[in-house]
Design a protein around this ligand. Structure first.
Ligand SMILES: Cc1cc2nc3c(=O)[nH]c(=O)nc-3n(C[C@H](O)[C@H](O)[C@H](O)COP(=O)(O)OP(=O)(O)OC[C@H]3O[C@@H](n4cnc5c(N)ncnc54)[C@H](O)[C@@H]3O)c2cc1C
Length: 527
């Protein structure tokens, strides 16, 4: 059932078993676990079905440091959350990503890769993929495996595109009929309320625009508002504790990570078709679109003491049209035409054939024309090292609901730069060895004096702001994603990632949300 918070005078809500705040991938994949169960669930969502009910303005904050695109472009409020924008690319993290690496301070998950990977098959089902989609069996005969890559330096990696990526749309009719799960739309949680002892959340305050306030009561609360907003909600809830809920050790909002993307070299390919076939964006197998990529091997990361990273090949003709095309596509899809600028619409209209070709390339039906002879570029995505100074804080200004806006200090270190450099060197050597073509690195990559931050940006994958740990001195949630010191508050989403490898976050956050669902069921049944 869906309820509209704008009609708050008509709403009477009794205490539920679980209140999930936020209906993005994390919130909905958790709620999905409780369909037809004996437990009552209420999902509280700031947006609605319209694509923008005005609450996106609540996302605005202050950037203090490097530009951070994810703050505004990386998330949207509405039923389904940012799954309305994402590319649907599902990727596993690697075993090494979970280990403590002595060359990466603050690395290491308190749970093993296998504990998370056990949930990947169930995550695949959420996105309409085969359970074995990314275990290597479906991709063995891909052309990338014919390049003769030296696997002691580079490893082949894959991601699969979900055919059911708009999770809100997939679940809307099911939830409409559900007898145990309700969704409150247009309701923004403004504060978590603690009981007298401070050890439990007694309720959450919900506001609909600037109208009256509701209090939702539940046995258990889960925040799944995205990595930025999860931290913000904890920080702003200061009625009982000066630094906010779960923040006695000043860790909430710290360790903000994203993935860092940069184009590092020009490739003059001897056989452009071979290169494109091998390291192109899209292959199809069993009706599923896959992306083939080359990543740094574990051996190379250990030997060079670098972070994880992955590369793809980028072609010029794609660049001109793809970004405007994506913005126009999103604007039309979400029926919010202002998501694209006038220039975007004009660019797409002025190059209709290029737009069709770019769309066909992206779907795996065509080669970019540059792949047939033009120059290509090496595009690298690297892990960001966890860094307590890279963080989300509260600013002095308030949003329209009276909640402090955030300030983002996204900070990169030499670790990311060094990883980009090692990637450029490794690909140069390997492509030369294989006779694929010559690689010319851009000057900034080797120039220690350059302002290298200008050449990189985030890729809208915020994570790490409420990291998981096995002790409260070094994290915000425990291994079950429960906030330390608070008995009934859990967090879902990439905010709990201690490190994030290079992998796009959704597949792993979904696996963790399903794992959390199993844990909550056990907990509730024991009560
Ligand atoms: C253009 C783009 C492409 C991407 N492509 C990929 C990709 O291919 N693969 C991948 O893995 N990742 C991708 N990502 C990243 C991915 O989309 C996000 O990491 C993911 O969707 C976040 O899911 P979430 O559930 O944690 O948060 P969100 O989806 O952001 O959901 C949070 C929800 O909480 C609600 N909310 C927030 N605050 C409150 C509040 N106070 N009260 C009530 N509700 C609240 C919001 O309205 C929202 O609906 C992409 C991102 C973008 C922007």
């Amino acid at each position: 059932m869906f309820i509209d918070a704008f009609r708050s005078e008509e709403i009477s809500l009794s205490e539920v078993d679980i209140c999930i705040v936020g209906s993005g991938v994390a919130g909905l994949s958790l709620a999905r676990e409780f369909l037809d169960s004996k437990y009552t669930v209420l999902v509280v969502e700031s947006g609605d079905f319209s694509g923008d009910n005005g609450t996106n303005a609540l996302n605005a904050g202050i950037i203090d440091g490097l530009p951070y695109r994810a703050l505004i472009n990386g998330r949207t409020r509405g039923f389904g959350g940012t799954s309305e924008l994402w590319g649907g690319q599902c990727t596993r993290m690697n075993k090494l990503d979970f280990e403590q690496r002595d060359w990466v301070p603050f690395s290491g998950w308190p749970i093993t890769y296998d504990e998370v990977a056990g949930f990947y098959p169930r995550a695949a089902e959420v996105f309409g993929l085969r359970r074995d989609v990314l275990d290597g069996t479906c991709t063995q005969d891909f052309p990338i495996n014919e390049l003769g890559i030296d696997h002691t330096t580079l490893q082949t990696v894959y991601s699969a595109f979900s055919p059911k990526r708009f999770l809100g749309r997939e679940l809307r009719a099911i939830l409409e009929q559900s007898s145990n799960i309700s969704v409150l739309l247009n309701g923004t949680v403004t504060e978590l309320l603690q009981d007298e002892s401070g050890s439990r959340i007694s309720g959450v305050s919900v506001r609909a625009s600037n109208r009256s306030e509701l209090t939702i009561r539940a046995k258990t609360f889960v925040l799944s508002c995205g990595a930025i907003e999860n931290a913000r909600l904890l920080l702003v809830s200061r009625r009982k504790e000066e630094k906010g809920v779960g923040n006695r050790r000043d860790l909430v909002g710290r360790f903000l990570q994203d993935h860092v993307i940069a184009t590092v070299a020009e490739i003059d390919a001897k056989e452009p078709r071979t290169l494109y076939r091998g390291v192109c964006l899209v292959r199809r197998s069993g009706g599923i679109r896959y992306s083939q990529k080359l990543g740094l091997s574990d051996d190379l990361q250990k030997k060079n003491r670098v972070l994880n990273g992955v590369a793809t090949i980028e072609y010029d003709d794609n660049n001109v049209i793809v970004e405007p095309l994506v913005r126009v596509y999103r604007a039309l899809r979400t029926k919010n035409l202002r998501q694209a600028g006038l220039r975007d619409y004009m660019t797409v209209m002025a190059h209709p054939m290029a737009a069709i070709r770019a769309a066909a390339t992206n779907l795996g039906y065509a080669l970019p024309s540059a792949a047939l002879g033009g120059s290509a570029r090496l595009s690298c995505v690297v892990e960001q090292a966890p860094n307590p100074d890279s963080r989300i804080l509260l600013s002095d200004s308030l949003d329209s609901l009276g909640v402090p806006r955030i300030k983002v200090q996204w900070i990169l270190t030499d670790s990311e730069r060094n990883t980009l450099r090692v990637m450029a060197e490794t690909f140069t050597e390997e492509f030369n060895r294989l006779g694929i073509g010559s690689v010319s690195r851009f000057d900034w990559i080797d120039d220690d004096g350059s302002d290298w931050g200008k050449n990189v940006c985030d890729i809208l994958h915020a994570s790490g702001t409420t990291r998981m740990s096995d002790n409260p001195g070094s994290g915000v949630v425990n291994t079950n994603c429960k906030v330390f010191d608070v008995e009934n508050l859990y967090l879902a989403g990439s905010s709990v990632f201690p490190t994030s490898g290079y992998a796009n976050p959704v597949f792993t956050m979904t696996a963790l949300a399903i794992r959390l669902g199993d844990h909550l069921k056990l907990n509730l049944s024991a009560e």
